[in-house]
Design a protein around this ligand. Structure first.
Ligand SMILES: Nc1ncnc2c1ncn2[C@@H]1O[C@H](COP(=O)(O)OP(=O)(O)OP(=O)(O)O)[C@@H](O)[C@H]1O
Length: 370
């Protein structure tokens, strides 16, 4: 799905703003604090019903207003099928109101499937330097979008794990009940783990190709650690770890502890790569996810890229832009300087420039803001 219209009301400093983006590259240029990241934040909200900056959506409401609204229209480029999505958060309402095609969606998964978004921002480094959870989220984005079995396995696993953990904290444990939850954790956990490993096997070669185009870096590897002892299946592992799990009061091993180790010549990438090199690795990983999604499902994801020029020299910037354009998908890029984003774009006809100034957005030409 491509975003064809975005209307923002009282969303951060954007009191009343509207854009009709191009189906290809969209450049949002503006000074610091003009509202560029807020536009990306609104687009991200359309996919996940949450922000990448704040835990509480109420903080996104303009300081002088009582509610924000994000309204969007989408079109499927091949079929021209049109959809609408509206999200409103009121200061005093108990929850966020979401209307997808005029109706309450079944869950956030429905929004994510409808409009997959990949974010590359200064926090994207977290993929390398952050916690294992950040890397599991990255991996699961891809598995969720390409493996129909994943979602229900994940929900069943989470429920069974919660039940098992609660049981572990009881003074007396009913062995029959424990066996029941162990079985459910083991069956769904093994499936999740297999789906993740298979996904990563498909992602690796695509990632390497992107990385080769972006940098001269070699020997970047991604190792998958499934979260429990390599030698045994999950069922046997749970049985062998029971005494320790009881002592700790929670299940210590399983897919909830999986980890991705990204290494450069055998050392952790975050310890040895420069910031620019790290940005290239993270960008190649995210581009690979989008390309694999398109290859497997025919669906394109939308890239939102905050401050693209940051950390990249002109050569790497141009290579990155070239790759983005080749993906034939919708992209939103913010930058402070228009000059830094002036490339030899191959399809200027599919591009749109927007000037963001004091919370207002104007479609514009490169020449008028450079
Ligand atoms: N709830 C809110 N109500 C009104 N203004 C807000 C709210 N939250 C943030 N702002 C302000 O909105 C402005 C735009 O912030 P935003 O992060 O979108 O800017 P930006 O153009 O991405 O800037 P930079 O280039 O510095 O990253 C800032 O001045 C910020 O303080």
């Amino acid at each position: 799905m491509a975003l064809t219209r975005l209307k923002l009301t009282a969303f951060r400093n954007l009191l009343d703003a509207e854009i009709r983006p191009a189906s290809g590259i969209n450049l949002l240029i503006g000074m610091n604090a003009s509202g560029k990241t807020s536009v990306l934040e609104a687009i991200y909200l359309l996919s996940l019903a949450r922000s990448f900056r704040s835990k509480r959506l109420k903080t996104l409401i303009h300081h002088d207003e009582g509610a924000f609204t994000v309204f969007a229209e989408f079109a499927q480029p091949q079929t021209q099928i049109k959809t609408t999505l509206g999200i409103q958060r009121q200061q005093h309402a108990p929850e966020t109101e979401i209307l997808f095609q005029g109706q309450k969606p079944q869950g956030v998964a429905e929004l994510a499937r409808h409009f997959p978004v990949q974010l590359i921002n200064p926090d994207a480094f977290r993929l390398l330097e952050g916690s294992p959870k950040d890397r599991r989220q990255f991996l699961d984005w891809g598995v969720f979008h390409t493996q129909p079995l994943f979602m229900s396995a994940w929900q069943r696993f989470q429920r069974a794990l919660r039940q098992r953990n609660s049981l572990l904290r009881h003074a007396r444990i009913d062995p029959l009940e424990l066996r029941l939850w162990d079985q459910e954790v083991a069956t769904t956990g093994e499936l999740i783990s297999t789906l993740r490993a298979e996904y990563l096997d498909r992602l690796r070669p695509i990632f390497s190709q992107f990385l080769m185009r972006l940098t001269e870096l070699q020997q970047i590897d991604i190792h998958y650690q499934r979260g429990w002892d390599k030698q045994v299946d999950l069922s046997s592992y749970l049985a062998s770890a029971l005494a320790k799990d009881k002592e700790q009061g929670f299940t210590q091993g399983g897919p909830q502890r999986a980890e991705l180790r990204v290494t450069a010549s055998g050392r952790l990438a975050v310890d040895v790569l420069s910031r620019g090199q790290q940005k290239c690795v993270v960008s190649a990983l995210k581009l690979a996810q989008g390309a694999l999604l398109a290859e497997q499902t025919g669906q394109h994801c939308t890239y939102i890229i905050d401050d693209l020029p940051a950390e990249l020299d002109i050569q790497h910037r141009q290579l990155f832009c070239e790759l983005l354009e080749e993906q034939n998908t919708q992209v939103f890029i913010t930058a402070v300087e228009a000059q830094a984003m002036q490339q030899d774009w191959k399809h200027p006809d599919r591009m749109a420039w927007f000037h963001v100034k004091h919370g207002k957005i104007q479609p514009t030409q490169f020449s008028s803001i450079s």
